[in-house]
Design a binder for this molecule. Structure first.
Ligand code: S3P
Length: 433
């Protein structure tokens, strides 16, 4: 499906962004691992988290849709059922990287996982290596891709230094640690999103962090709260925020959004570029200690001029899904913006470094790839043209926001990809004009 996005007069109004994708995946998987029922409210009913619901149903969990939310009845930590069919994760990278952590410890059972064409191109050796060190048996295509098989085994705790700052890998190991013998310590070079840690703390798991060292102890069972409320997704909100920053005369209020410090890199970078954003971001705890609740705040955005910036490697994991928007905003700032240490972007739903450079160049911007990131030479405006989403939800939404802020409009091809994380995206954006 294609849409023609005309330049917007202004962005004005209030937005409640949809439920957080990362937390939805985690809440559903952990509810499946629990013994007692859990009611999840504001679950993100979008392509990716729906794949997670199907997966946990195949593993024996019961998922009941109620008016107030999803009631999930789990099977317990060690009782996942063996599915009769391979688990199809669709497009969901978080699902295919987290779930094996749980499955690896299901002794005597075997699980096959597969996904769409994009999933088959994304490496899973980053989880297969630590899980194998814990005692799991994983047979992957060419040793690093889906489809792959996980043979449940007796696991033992490990000390593992993450080679990349990846919340998916960290979370996978943390799930396996719950059913391993002895504690597991994960060392993070740079911080990444911490939703798994917060949820495990809320489930009574013994888990602690000191600086970059996260230690997880085995558990007999998970005792999650009866009710988990999924906060609004800051990565989804970021699209409307970028539109409001870029379209002159705009004023947007994003209500009750997650401002978890591990997710607020985009707002910090945007503010450094000069964006007028008023919000109450959670502060990074000094000792690295884990806090339990997900913090919320309104985010008040006013359009204004931007200046270029340099995004460093340490900032990348805290803004990883929003970097395409930083690149777009950089087109409107006069001068050079550099995004460094972002090679991980090549391993997303598409090669997002190449996809962003192609999309922005096609719209008339001066954008190029660097060794491990992007360089944008901003000129203060963007002409417009055509963007092909290439089945990547975030590139589809990037094209729409570029269109609103452009001089001549943007035709977005494959805009339906947005449904993977934000099914009401076009309607929400239309309501703000
Ligand atoms: C996610 C972590 C990030 C992010 C992805 C969601 C998660 O991936 O890009 O959209 O929910 O843990 P990495 O952990 O591979 O950086």
């Amino acid at each position: 499906m294609k849409v023609l996005i005309e330049p917007a007069g202004r962005i004005k109004g209030r937005l409640t962004a949809p439920g957080d994708k990362s937390i939805s995946h985690r809440a559903a998987i952990l509810a499946a691992m629990a013994d007692e029922p859990v009611l999840i409210t504001n679950y993100l009913e979008a392509g990716d988290p729906i794949s997670t619901l199907s997966a946990i149903e195949q593993l024996g969990a019961l998922v009941e849709r109620r008016s107030e939310g999803l009631m999930i009845r789990g099977v317990g930590l060690r009782n996942a059922q063996t599915p009769t069919q391979p688990i199809d994760v669709g497009n969901a990278g978080t699902l295919i990287r987290l779930l094996p952590g749980w499955l690896a410890g299901q002794q005597g059972s075997s699980f096959q996982l597969d996904g769409d064409e994009s999933i088959r191109r994304r490496p899973i050796d980053r989880i297969a290596v630590p899980l194998t060190l814990m005692g799991a048996q994983i047979e992957a295509t060419d040793k690093r891709f889906a489809p792959f098989t996980v043979e449940g085994a007796r696991l033992h705790g490990i000390d593992y230094e993450l080679p990349v700052a990846s919340a998916q890998v960290k979370s996978c190991i943390a799930l396996a640690a719950l059913i391993a013998e002895g504690p597991t310590t994960i060392t993070e070079i740079d911080a990444s999103r911490d939703h798994t840690e917060r949820l495990l703390l809320s489930a009574g798991v013994k888990i602690s962090r000191l600086g970059g060292e996260l230690t997880i102890y085995p558990a007999d069972e998970l005792t999650l709260p009866d009710r988990i409320e999924i906060p609004s997704d800051p990565s989804s909100a970021a699209f409307a925020i970028a539109a409001a920053v870029l379209v002159p005369g705009s004023r947007l209020l994003v209500e009750d959004c997650s401002v978890n410090w591990t997710r607020s890199g985009f707002i910090k970078i945007a503010k450094r570029m000069g964006a007028v954003i008023i919000t109450d971001l959670e502060e990074r705890p000094k000792d690295g200690a884990i806090t339990q609740a997900e913090p919320l705040s309104d985010i008040d955005v006013t359009a204004g001029p931007l200046k270029p910036t340099t995004v460093s490697a340490r900032e990348v994991p805290l803004a990883v899904d929003e970097l395409p928007l930083i690149a777009l905003m950089a087109c409107f700032a006069e001068g050079q913006t550099r995004i460094e240490g972002a090679a991980e972007l090549r391993l997303k739903e598409s090669d997002r470094i190449a996809a962003v450079v192609t999309a922005l160049s096609d719209l008339g911007a001066e954008a190029e790839t660097s060794e491990d990131g992007l360089i944008i030479n901003g000129r203060g405006s963007l002409r417009g043209g055509r963007v092909d989403a290439g089945r990547d939800h975030r590139i589809a939404m990037l094209g729409v926001i570029a269109g609103l802020a452009s001089q001549e409009g943007v035709e977005v091809v494959g805009v339906e990809a947005a449904a993977v994380s934000y099914p009401d995206f076009l309607a929400d954006i239309a309501a703000l004009q």
